[in-house]
Design a protein around this ligand. Structure first.
Ligand code: HAM
Length: 415
């Protein structure tokens, strides 16, 4: 019979990566908690309309990447491509859109993109959303959370790029100048870029086309249209956080989702390949209203866990706290299982491997060594009769001691 394989871009994740993802989640949740954020879980499936109205009809996500299907009731549903829309939808639905909320979440997201290093069709994000906060100190707070992630995870070779997209007025003024400037270039645009020009010309700024980039470099810059408060915010971010992380002002940074309004930012690492951005975010003051809610200014970001994993992988050292517990005869197994259970409950950081098979002691020791065990706990005839266990160290000193069950529990606690 034909074998069934997983869907392209949705890889199975095995131990070295699952361990690391769990570790990352733990560190991130510690940081989020220290900023007094509350965790929220929204569904993986939402109505397609939610993503059309949030990420925008002109975004790549809605145009090319969204996984949508009709359910049995002919309702169009989509796998979430990102977390912000669901969180805002949920706050509006609960009629909590007049209060302030500081939230974080983590979980799988889905985008039909061409898979490559660091780019998957199912991937995990951890995200933060500060809802109900106007531009000002919340922008600094969000950057301070990003900074804590950089510091706590010791992210090297990473840069935080920032830009400001202005408010509605600045955006309009800038866009009219940009469109005037682009008139002479219109004929040379690709079909894809022509469509962007018609639907959302701002998206042209992050074009990968080298000629267009050159042309735009010489054109109007959004920074020249910003108010003194908006410029001040960019200055402040650099002066307050520039000591801790490398921050670059990048006037071509617009981000791929339509809901952004003010500050936008993206973190990139030279440890990654072409997909060098591992964190992205910004302000989205209009999103609540676009989704039928009240005025609720907000700012947030999300970090891609697989990309973080790629940056940090070299430091991913598997815990060497592996212990193999072996018996020499099956009559000991009932007692040995009880002791193993007791041991585990004394220290969940240790990986206790039990080997109570009929293999020889020699074979069991060989297997333990292959597993990278630090110690082997042996229950042989003598130990069974005297209610003890022999601890054999696999370190260079290779010592061996006999311990009572109480002694071994104490020993195990401190491994
Ligand atoms: P985003 O920039 O689209 O923003 O995604 C954030 C991060 O998710 C990226 O920096 C990247 O690390 C990861 N990511 C995106 N697509 C993929 C993929 N195909 N494979 C692997 N990783 C990927 C958002 O999603 C916004 N919701 C962020 C936000 C929150 N803005 C405001 N609040």
């Amino acid at each position: 019979m034909d074998k069934i394989s997983s869907i392209r871009g949705m890889p199975d994740v095995f131990e070295s990566d699952t361990n690391y993802l769990a570790e990352l989640n733990e560190t991130l949740s510690k940081i989020f908690l220290s900023h007094n954020l509350n965790e929220v879980n929204t569904p993986i499936l939402e109505q397609t309309e939610l993503f059309i109205r949030s990420t925008g009809v002109t975004s790549d996500i809605v145009n090319k990447e969204i996984y949508s299907f009709n359910d049995r009731n002919e309702q169009s549903l989509s796998l979430r491509p990102e977390g912000t829309a669901g969180v805002v939808r949920s706050i509006i639905q609960k009629k909590l859109d007049t209060a302030e909320h500081k939230l974080w979440y983590q979980g799988p997201m889905f985008r039909y993109e061409r898979p490559q290093k660091g780019r998957f069709r199912q991937f995990n994000q951890a995200g933060v959303e500060l809802l109900g906060f106007e531009e000002g100190s919340s922008d600094l707070e969000i950057i301070s959370i990003v900074c804590d992630i950089f510091i706590e995870l010791e992210l090297e070779n990473s840069v935080l790029r920032i830009n400001h997209l202005g408010d509605k007025d600045t955006k309009e003024k800038f866009l009219s100048e940009l469109l005037k400037y682009l008139k002479t270039y219109k004929g040379e645009l690709s079909d894809n870029d022509k469509e962007k020009l018609n639907k959302n010309p701002l998206r042209l700024l992050d074009s990968k086309d080298a000629d267009l980039k050159d042309f735009l470099d010489k054109g109007p810059k959004i920074i020249d249209f910003l108010s003194s408060e908006q410029l001040n915010l960019l200055d402040k971010i650099q002066s307050v956080f520039g000591k801790y992380v490398e921050i670059e002002l990048d006037s071509s940074l617009v981000r791929g989702l339509d809901y952004y309004t003010g500050l936008v930012f993206e973190a990139v690492s030279s440890n990654l390949g072409a997909q060098d951005s591992f964190l992205g975010g910004g302000r989205y003051d209009e999103l609540s209203k676009d989704l039928g809610g009240k005025e609720m200014p907000a700012i947030g970001f999300a970090i891609g866990l697989e990309r973080l994993n790629l940056i940090k992988k070299k430091k991913n050292i598997k815990s060497n706290k592996v212990i193999s517990f072996v018996t020499t005869s099956s009559k000991m197994n009932a007692l040995a299982f009880k002791i193993a259970q007791l041991l585990r409950s004394h220290n969940y950081d240790v990986r206790l491997e039990t080997n109570f098979t009929d293999a020889s002691l020699k074979a069991k020791l060989r297997k333990a060594s292959k597993l990278g065990a630090k110690f082997v706990f042996i229950m042989g005839e003598e130990e069974f009769e005297s209610d003890t266990i022999t601890v054999k160290s696999f370190d260079e000193d290779g010592y061996q001691v006999n311990m009572s069950v109480d002694e071994i529990l104490d020993f195990y606690k401190d491994i």
